[in-house]
Ligand binder design. Sequence first.
Ligand code: SF4
Ligand code: SF4
Length: 239
Amino acid sequence: MPYQLENRPPDLRESMYFPEIIRGIGTITKHFLKNLFFSRDANPDILARKRGGFGHSDNVTLQYPEERAPYAPAYRGLHRLVPREDGKPRCVACYMCATICPAQCIYIEAAEYPDDPVEKYPAKFVIDELRCIVCGFCVEACPKDAIRMDSGEHTPPSYERSAQIWDEKRLLRGPPVSYQYDPWLRRGSPSIPPDKLEEMRARAKPFPTVATDEASQTPGFSVRALAAEAKDRAQAARK
Ligand code: SF4
Ligand code: SF4
């Protein structure tokens, strides 16, 4: 919703400037004192630390890179292709993500499973992470919840541009996801062994009708979980 700006001439108090200058100084002083003595960083890692004694600020510098700030749950990290529980990608190579991508950085080649010609899969699925503008449109466009940005990771640095080209082998990772209306579960794909099929059906969830945190984030693969793991590793390395 756009801001509504008042386009009116300044009143007497604003025309005199001094009251507004004093009000501004008051606001700055209030925040300065609050930060110096009272407020705590909203970062859970920092909140977990012991408070300083009387007269000591609770604000502390994050000791990067040993300590890292957890990102907000809505953080869009590096892409991943979501696997089914049999390890194959959920992606059905429909090209919707590649079509909507404003940076045109997704390349897909579709193929058919030899033992299940009804279902397509991406024989090639490539994302150029250097061209990606991290808009998340591909995630929203996907009708199969087959691509997510819930990894909580940056694209790792590299010396070669070619290392930023992520193919299906690197992208396919993370916990699997199954929904009750997945076509391969409903009709029983011949590419899935019968006992595995029953297990996948039992674990399948209803497809979410509205976007929620639960739908956009995989439990156990969350930003906070990754940050906690990184913190544990850093603490173990210091011992
Ligand atoms: S996040 Fe945006 S730019 Fe990046 S691959 Fe997805 S649609 Fe393209
Ligand atoms: S990731 Fe989703 S939108 Fe992209 S091709 Fe696969 S199924 Fe279609």
